[in-house]
Design a protein around this ligand. Structure first.
Ligand code: AMP
Length: 192
């Protein structure tokens, strides 16, 4: 299974990815996690992107593609992957298709987890309290949502255009959302 998770920040992509990864025994590739690790380790990339992330803005497409190419050079993604956090705009969606075609691992589908804005603000505030992420303050959260609506939301249409998009409501209990995802995928006949 080669799948991209789409949806607003704080919309539960990471939570569902962690569950699906276990179920399918494939890696969860989170670009946000890769970047946070680079920041923690103070690598040259980490030093470049920390301020951009703290402001809730998007890291440049070039840096992201480098990061992604490095991650996809590892052999664990050969058995499939759940990609979370990428693509964040149309240029990245196009770059991803090209990269995956080049390594002969084309995407099966994009899964959009839809959540309304107030839900997101509540969830992100809770995560800020629990995890202390430096990009989870109220002002930055609003900016991340704005960036999502402007740049990332159109990516769903990119996948819908050629029939690769599945939409699932991301509200309610975590288990119920997982079941909804699995049912929607089964209905679309893409479980294999
Ligand atoms: P996330 O954990 O996916 O919410 O990502 C946290 C932050 O990392 C984002 O707000 C961006 O600053 C940066 N980031 C993660 N993935 C991408 C991407 N594909 N393109 C640009 N910036 C990204």
């Amino acid at each position: 299974m080669r799948i991209v998770l789409l949806g607003p920040p704080g919309g539960g992509k990471g939570t569902q990815a962690a569950i699906l990864k276990q179920q399918w025994d494939i890696p969860h590739v989170s670009t946000g996690e890769l970047l946070r690790a680079a920041c923690r380790e103070q690598t040259p990339l980490g030093q470049k992107v920390q301020a951009v992330m703290d402001a809730g803005e998007l890291v440049s497409d070039d840096l992201m593609l480098d990061l992604l190419e490095q991650r996809f050079a590892a052999s664990d993604v050969d058995k499939g992957f759940i990609l979370d956090g990428y693509p964040r705009n149309l240029a990245q969606a196009d770059a991803l298709d090209k990269l995956l075609r080049r390594i002969d691992q084309p995407l099966d589908l994009a899964l959009l987890i839809e959540v309304d804005q107030q839900h997101i603000l509540d969830r992100i505030e809770q995560r800020a309290r629990e995890e202390g992420r430096s990009d989870d303050t109220a002002e930055v959260v609003r900016n991340r949502l704005q960036v999502y609506l402007e740049h990332t939301a159109p990516v769903a249409e990119y996948y819908a255009a050629d029939g690769r998009l599945i939409r699932v409501l991301g509200e309610g209990e975590i288990d119920a959302i997982t079941q909804r995802i699995l049912a929607a995928m089964q209905a679309a006949d893409c479980m294999h």
